[in-house]
Design a protein around this ligand. Structure first.
Ligand SMILES: [Zn+2]
Length: 491
């Protein structure tokens, strides 16, 4: 009998394979202030991709991101994706895309984390309670533009790998990063970059992970679908110059009247889209989906009070979620060229553009249907003015199977960190690059949000709670371990 020897061998084996989650989680807790400071440094950079005046800041943001990854010993590249053409014909350099790699063990699963470090515009005078580019901690909420969308999640992914390194623990998977700086304006240049690197950087990637969305409630969530987004301009052009309404009003067929006339034919007051073929192109809700939606934690009263309305388009949870996630809608954003200052200007504008978008459908279908429909409605007015309809963004929807192994690993990671089952949700917004990743690389994608339901993305007082930021980092740590098991069991 030599039992002691056997037990020693077993001990060694179990040490090699054990996932030391507790140590990693403790490391994250004890480095919390460092992570908040890292977020403060990133939020301080006005990396607004919609404003070309801020382009130097955006370039600096990409360089800072690359440098952080370089200091961790990653193989980092700043990939040139060319120039952006502006509406006036000028060109400006696009922010480089950061790619990085940690580990290249062919026996391990390789995941690729996608994120972005550009932000929406923000000014104090828009109604922020704090300076938008100065991260401010109020009661455990970290306020700042880009805090939740998407700087803290990107940092959390970087810190997750950093924690394994700091504790000298081997990464359970190879980790790659693709971090861009044009997401908020349509990921200009990224599609071409992914296509160009399909057989190089992306060739060994097994799964793509995106954390650019939010939970629906206080319960953690995994996201398995996003809506598409077709953004249009409809321009009505009339007289060759602006006209005084006292001198010419009553004789001229006004572009504004024409524009408002067609605007009112797109959607009715109860939310029904009047453009033929749009609503019909989406399959009705299945019984299974109805059941899934019914089980999701979503407080309608809380939702109403958060946005400050007394009632919504639908009264029950399932209808609301279905119209938020899977059915199309029309949203009107603005009228360019119209008088909008204070005062009593009396001018008939010569040219107006209606800016709107139709959500969730394949862009080609939407473009044809919308353009044909608006021209036919306009023709009935028999106006001498001219209508031009252009689709400027056509981003496809994305949908995954939430029962696949990639999502099972996500559920296990949520159970480990939060001790509960995640909600399986879809997202009303669009993450256009998800569909590109799926189509070009052929890899499966999981969306694993850590942002809170009330983070105010794109809005005033955007924030990321410390709780979500820190527990989210632990979630990513746990997920890297869970996803490493996939190949062993189900491939
Ligand atoms: Zn985002």
């Amino acid at each position: 009998m030599n039992l002691p020897v056997v037990s020693v061998i077993l001990l060694v084996v179990s040490t090699v394979h054990a996932f030391q989650y507790t140590e990693l989680a403790q490391y994250i807790d004890s480095h919390q202030e460092e992570y908040v400071e890292a977020l403060r440094d990133w939020v301080a950079i006005e990396s607004d991709s919609s404003n070309v005046q801020k382009r130097p800041e955006l370039h600096r943001m990409m360089e800072m991101t690359a440098q952080k990854l370089r200091l961790m010993g990653g193989t980092v590249e700043l990939v040139d994706i060319g120039e952006q053409e502006l509406p006036d014909g000028q060109t400006v350099t696009l922010p480089k895309v950061v790619t990085a790699q940690f580990g290249n063990d062919p026996s391990k699963v390789t995941v690729c984390v996608y994120g972005h470090v550009d932000v929406q515009p923000a000014k104090l005078e828009d109604g922020w309670a704090t300076e938008p580019y100065n991260l401010t901690d109020i009661n455990g909420n970290l306020y700042g533009r880009g805090a939740s969308d998407n700087k803290a999640p990107v940092l959390a992914w970087i810190h997750a790998v950093g924690a394994y390194q700091a504790l000298n623990m081997e990464l359970p998977v190879n980790v790659k990063y693709v971090i861009e700086g044009m997401e908020e304006t349509g990921s200009n240049g990224l599609d071409a970059m992914i296509l160009a690197q399909r057989d190089t950087f992306f060739s060994d990637v097994d799964y793509i992970i995106i954390s650019d969305c939010s939970w629906l409630s206080r319960r953690p969530a995994l996201t398995y679908g996003t809506r598409g987004n077709c953004y249009f301009f409809a321009e009505v052009e009339g007289p060759k110059q602006d006209l005084h309404s006292g001198v010419y009003g009553g004789t001229v067929i006004e572009p504004m009247t024409d524009l408002i006339g067609i605007l009112d034919t797109m959607i009715n007051p109860s939310g029904k889209i009047l453009i033929p073929g749009i609503r019909e192109a989406v399959a009705p809700l299945s019984d299974e989906e109805w059941k899934m939606y019914q089980d999701i934690e979503f407080d309608v009263e809380n939702y109403k009070s958060k946005i400050g309305v007394s009632h919504l388009m639908y009264t029950n949870k399932v209808d609301l979620l279905a119209h938020l996630w899977r059915y199309p809608t029309v949203t009107i954003h603005g009228i360019e060229g119209a008088f909008s200052d204070r005062g009593t200007k009396t001018v008939i504008p010569l040219r107006l553009s209606l800016i709107y978008h139709v959500i969730f459908l394949y862009p080609v279908v939407v473009m044809l249907q919308v353009t044909d429909y608006l021209h036919s409605v306009f023709a009935k007015r028999k106006s001498p003015n001219k209508l031009k309809v252009t689709m400027v963004i056509g981003a496809k929807p994305w949908l995954a199977d939430p029962q696949q192994a990639l999502y099972e690993a996500g559920k296990a990671a949520v159970r480990r960190v939060f001790d509960m089952e995640p909600d399986l949700i879809r997202e009303g917004g669009t993450i256009p690059i998800a569909k590109t990743f799926q189509d070009v690389t052929g890899k499966s994608i999981i969306m694993m949000p850590i942002g809170g339901f009330d983070d105010g993305l794109h809005s005033q007082n955007e924030k990321m709670s410390r709780y979500n930021y820190i527990e989210g980092t632990k979630l990513f740590i746990a997920y890297l371990n869970e996803v490493s098991k996939i190949q062993k069991t189900s491939v």
